[in-house]
Design a protein around this ligand. Structure first.
Ligand SMILES: [Zn+2]
Ligand SMILES: [Zn+2]
Length: 303
């Protein structure tokens, strides 16, 4: 099952050096989840050949413009392009008020159902579930209420050992039962033990998205053991005072958090406009956590 994230924007605050403000697209089993929607996200979708019509869920972390200024444009374009299927939007309560005001004064009545789910930043909770995954909010520590999101794959069905099943002349109508772990008993008394004809499924994977936050680790319990962690790393560590003042994280701190959380991979982003070249941020994070990558726009990471 596909579980991958494509970076659409990795800049903090303003677009600079061809870097767009924050946005990412998660593909889980060919269902598409947009995470944050900075200015220019529509253009980025076009640039990377992704149809906006595929997106059925949008998650907004907080109401700083670099995380949602692209949203009203994207929602309007979906309307103009004839979307009729519902779209579910998760974000701070005031986001709906902002959107309604924009639609009111442009006399726009969008033709699809926009199902808004307010996400409170008081404590973490499960906010979404479908056949493929569940999503939990992560409470971050920023200047305004801010939530990250944790995408947890559901346990998969058992894998069939097709050659053995063919040898035993087990036909396809029994496959769904075997995938669910059942043994088979036939009228002639023949018994097919599940464990001899199937394998354990792949372990469910987890993707945690944490932007923006002070690196106080208050959210550590939620990101523990994640397969992949995206963490903001706005500054180099020589800017620690500035990071603390603005409730952001340094690349070194992002590496330390990934290490303490015991994640497999770290992806850093939300880079300050003061850095034209990003390699020093990568080097700094890697000095404490080796399996770190930069969230470079257009790159897709397998989780
Ligand atoms: Zn930001
Ligand atoms: Zn912010």
């Amino acid at each position: 099952m596909k579980f991958e994230v494509t970076i659409l924007g990795s800049s903090s605050a303003t677009p600079v050096y061809n870097r767009n403000p924050t946005a990412q697209l998660l593909n889980c089993n060919e269902k598409f989840y947009l995470i944050d929607c900075g200015e220019g996200t529509q253009q980025q979708l076009i640039r990377y050949g992704i149809k906006a019509s595929k997106i059925d869920y949008i998650f907004i972390s907080h109401l700083h413009g670099d995380h949602y200024f692209g949203l009203v444009g994207l929602l309007s374009s979906m309307h103009l392009n004839g979307r009729i299927k519902p779209l579910r939007l998760f974000g701070p309560k005031a986001l709906l008020e902002i959107l309604e005001l924009q639609f009111k004064y442009s006399e726009t009545v969008i033709r699809y159902a926009l199902e808004f789910v307010p996400v409170e930043a008081d404590h973490s909770r499960m906010i979404f579930e479908n056949a493929d995954l569940t999503v939990e909010s992560i409470i971050l520590n920023h200047r305004i209420p801010c939530t990250g999101y944790k995408f947890i794959q559901k346990k998969r069905l058992r894998k069939l050992l097709i050659e053995k099943l063919e040898e035993a002349q087990i036909t396809v109508e029994y496959f769904p039962l075997l995938k669910r772990g059942a043994d088979l008993t036939f009228p002639d008394g023949r018994v097919i033990l599940n464990k001899e004809y199937t394998m354990d499924p792949d372990e469910p994977k987890t993707y945690c998205y944490c932007s923006d936050t002070l690196a106080d680790g208050s959210y550590m319990a939620q990101i523990k053991g994640a397969t992949a962690l995206y963490h903001e790393a706005t500054f180099l560590h020589d800017m620690l005072d500035r990071a603390n003042q603005t409730h952001h994280t340094t690349a070194l701190q992002a590496g330390e958090i990934a290490k303490e959380a015991g994640v497999e991979h770290l992806l850093i982003g939300h880079f300050s406009s003061r850095y034209k070249v990003l390699q020093p941020l990568l080097d700094e994070a890697r000095s404490v956590f080796e399996t770190t990558e930069l969230a470079i726009e257009g790159n897709t990471f397998q989780i």
